[in-house]
Design a protein around this ligand. Structure first.
Ligand code: SF4
Length: 395
C-alpha cells in the first residue's frame, strides 16, 4: 500500500454505543448469514481455495432431499430468517441448485450465490437462478490485471471471464459483489484493483483477509501494521467509492471506522446508524455459521472446529446450544487484547485467525495492532487535559 492515503488512529475518546445489531437479529438465537458449501466440485483449482475443491462431487455430499430438509429446518430460527449464501466449490456444479434456491425463496429465506468463474456460469443459468430467487452474486477478483489475477487463481483467462461475467450479471440486473483476497503479495495492488472496479456497476467490494487454511496455508498474511494502514485507506475509500465496502475476517475494520468517525466529530447516534454498524457483533459463530458439503457445521468456513452434522442434529439446535458456539458468542471469554478491548462487542476479532495462529479460538486476533491498555491511558490523559482546561477557563 504505497500509493494510498494513510491516517493514524486518533486520540479522541470513542463512545460506547453498545452492541448494535442489524434490525431484528439476536445472534444468540439466529445467524444473520449461513454460508453453505453445497459441493466441493469445481472446475478451477485456485491457489488459496478454502474448500480444497476437486473436479467432481465428493462422496457423502448432501442429497437433494437432505438439502431441502436443511432449508426447511432453518425456519426454526424464526424471523428474521438468516440469509443463505450458496457457495462451494462451485455451487453451479449442482444440477439441483435452482430447486434449492426456489425452496429457500418459498420459505422466505433470502439467498446469494458465490459461483466460480467457470464454463457453468452462463446467462441461461443465472437467469434461471434469478427467477428462483437469488438476490446477489459474488465473484472473486484478486488482481488488477490478467497476469496478476490468473496467476493467483491458477487458471488462464479467468480475469477476462470475470469482467465478462460482471457485464452479464449487470444486464440481468443481478447485483454483484466482488471479493478480493488480501495477502502479503496482493495488498499493494489494491489501489489498481479499485481503479478497475470503480468503472463497473457493483453493489459491494469485500476485502477478504487471508486465513492460512486449506490451500491458503501456503500463502502469507499481511502484518498487523499493514492491515491498519490498509483499513484506514479503505475507510477513506468508503467515503468516495461508488459501491459499498466491507471486510471479511477482519472485524477490527469496525474499530478503525469507529475511531475515525469519532475523530471526525460524529455522534454515537450517527455511528450507530452508519453502514459500518450493520456489521457490529458479527463474527465467526456469532451471526455467522458454515455448513460443508457433507452437512458438517462450523462457526465459519475458516474455523475448522466441527460442532456437529445436520444429518444428526438440527441446525438451529447446533447453532443455539453447542458449547463452541456459545463460547464464541461470549465476549467475556475472549483472551489477550481482545479480552481487554473496549471494542470487543462490536468487533471481537477474527476467531478463525486466532485459532489458525494459536489453536485457541478465544485468543486475541494477531492481525489487529490495537493496544487496549495504551489506548485507555491515552483516553484518560486526554480527559484529564480537557478537565484542566475547563477549570482554567472557569477561573
Ligand atoms: S483488540 Fe480484538 S476486539 Fe479489539 S479491535 Fe482488535 S481485534 Fe477487535
Amino acid at each position: 500500500m504505497t500509493s494510498a492515503p494513510v491516517s493514524g488512529p486518533p486520540a479522541a475518546p470513542v463512545p460506547r454505543i453498545g452492541a448494535v445489531r442489524a434490525e431484528g437479529f439476536r445472534y444468540e438465537r439466529a445467524p444473520m448469514i449461513v454460508y453453505w458449501e453445497t459441493t466441493i466440485a469445481c472446475p478451477l483449482a485456485c491457489t488459496h481455495c478454502r474448500a480444497t475443491a476437486m473436479p467432481y462431487a465428493a462422496p457423502g455430499q448432501l442429497t437433494t432431499d437432505e438439502c431441502l430438509r436443511l432449508l426447511d429446518s432453518m425456519v426454526g430460527f424464526g424471523n428474521p430468517r438468516p440469509h443463505v449464501v450458496f457457495t462451494g466449490g462451485d455451487p453451479l456444479e449442482r444440477s439441483d441448485l435452482e430447486q434449492l434456491v426456489q425452496r429457500a425463496t418459498d420459505l422466505g429465506i433470502g439467498s446469494s450465490l458465490a459461483p466460480a468463474v467457470a464454463p457453468g456460469l452462463t446467462r441461461e443459468r443465472m437467469l434461471a437462478l434469478k427467477e428462483a430467487g437469488i438476490q446477489t452474486v459474488s465473484l472473486s477478483l484478486d488482481g488488477s490485471t490478467a497476469e496478476k489475477h490468473d496467476g493467483l487463481r491458477g487458471v488462464p483467462g479467468t480475469f477476462d471471464r470475470t469482467m465478462e461475467a460482471i457485464e452479464m450479471l449487470n444486464e440481468l440486473d443481478l447485483p454483484v459483489q466482488i471479493n478480493t483476497l488480501i495477502t502479503d503479495t496482493t495488498h499493494e495492488d489494491l489501489p489498481a484493483v479499485y481503479d478497475v472496479l470503480r468503472k463497473k456497476k457493483l453493489l459491494r467490494w469485500a476485502l477478504f483477509f487471508l486465513i492460512a487454511t486449506g490451500r491458503g496455508s501456503t500463502m502469507k498474511e499481511i502484518s498487523a501494521g499493514e492491515a491498519e494502514r490498509l483499513m484506514n485507506w479503505f475507510y477513506d475509500l468508503s467515503r468516495v467509492a461508488p459501491f459499498q465496502v466491507k471486510t471479511t475476517e477482519a472485524t477490527h475494520y469496525r474499530r478503525v471506522a469507529m475511531q475515525r468517525m469519532e475523530a471526525e466529530g460524529h455522534t454515537p447516534e450517527e455511528i450507530a446508524s452508519s453502514n459500518v454498524a450493520r456489521g457490529f457483533g458479527i463474527r465467526d459463530g456469532n451471526g455467522i455459521c458454515f455448513i460443508n458439503h457433507k452437512g458438517d457445521v462450523f462457526p465459519s468456513g475458516f474455523l475448522p472446529v466441527k460442532v456437529g452434522n445436520v444429518r444428526e442434529t438440527d441446525l438451529v439446535t447446533l447453532y443455539r446450544e453447542n458449547e463452541t458456539f456459545r463460547a464464541l458468542r461470549d465476549t467475556s471469554r475472549l483472551g489477550g487484547r481482545c479480552g481487554e478491548c473496549t471494542f470487543h462487542d462490536e468487533c471481537g476479532g477474527s476467531r478463525s485467525r486466532a485459532y489458525a495462529h494459536t489453536g485457541d479460538l478465544l485468543a486475541e486476533d494477531p492481525l489487529c495492532p490495537h493496544e487496549p491498555k495504551a489506548y485507555a491511558k491515552r483516553l484518560a490523559n486526554k480527559a484529564a487535559r480537557e478537565a484542566a482546561a475547563r477549570e482554567m477557563a472557569a477561573t
